[in-house]
Design a protein around this ligand. Structure first.
Ligand code: 3PY
Ligand code: MG
Length: 245
């Protein structure tokens, strides 16, 4: 807090994140030094544990970069743990219905608006200040990446307290393979549902070219790159440019 990414989204501006899966606080420090709007720790598929998550989120916050977590699942405990660790917002995967979206909002906010439990080393350092800031500065994004989520995208987008829809093209592609609309048709429908509700829409993008294209399409939050892709591409390019033949 303050949440630079949420401020940009609320102002109708775009935000770019760096997505980190490899579980390295050192890599988070290097990423934060590049001054993205946000870093996202992937707690669903990444290599993060509780201790490395705490360090990486603090490193980002100290650099003025919004520390976000894509949480492991849509359970309230997963949302609360990420926020207690210092995340200024959560990206909740696999949200199917408006009820689940409302549950994600409730999990991220303290009473009376929500049901988050008070505790944790970071919130408790100065709880009155944290409590006040958390009410306006906590970002709640829900992922649309299932057939049900696609069907319910309009209702999910209208759920009070949702700050952003975030498309997961990987899982959405898996869900729609075989039957269902083409992936790009589904993605466009989710973007339209978000716009109709006046809610920003983000999408996972595999690198800068895809990120630029999605920004031009009207998405407001994109992944400029992620550590797995960058490491593979960087190492492969280095080896190929030093090969003998
Ligand atoms: C997806 O594409 O399914 C994602 O969850 C992106 O991280
Ligand atoms: Mg996914």
């Amino acid at each position: 807090f303050p949440n630079r990414t949420l401020a940009r989204l609320r102002a109708g501006e775009a935000a770019r994140c760096l997505w980190l899966s490899l579980g390295s606080p050192a890599l988070a420090e290097i990423a934060a030094e590049q001054a993205p709007d946000a870093i996202v720790l992937d707690l669903q598929h990444g290599l993060w544990d509780v201790a490395t998550t705490h360090v990486a989120l603090a490193t980002a916050a100290a650099a003025g970069v919004t520390p976000l977590a894509r949480v492991a699942d849509k359970q309230a405990a997963s949302v609360g743990q990420a926020l207690d660790a210092g995340a200024a917002g959560v990206i909740v995967p696999l949200v199917d219905t408006a009820e689940e979206a409302a549950a994600a909002v409730a999990a991220a906010h303290y009473p009376p608006g929500g049901a988050r439990s008070g505790g944790g080393m970071r919130p408790l350092r100065d709880f009155p200040a944290y409590l006040a800031a958390s009410r306006t500065e906590t970002l709640v994004a829900v992922m649309i990446e299932t057939s049900a989520g696609l069907d319910n995208a309009a209702a999910i987008a209208r759920t009070p307290g949702i700050d952003m829809l975030f498309v997961g093209p990987g899982d959405l592609g898996l869900a729609l393979a075989g039957d269902g609309p083409p992936l790009e048709t589904a993605i466009a429908a989710i973007l339209a549902a978000a716009r109709e509700a006046g809610v920003p829409c983000g999408i996972f993008t595999p690198g800068p070219a895809a990120a630029r294209a999605r920004l031009e399409q009207g998405f407001q939050f994109v992944v400029a790159d992620d550590d797995i892709h960058l490491a593979r591409a960087g190492f492969a390019a280095a080896l190929s440019s030093t090969s003998e033949s």
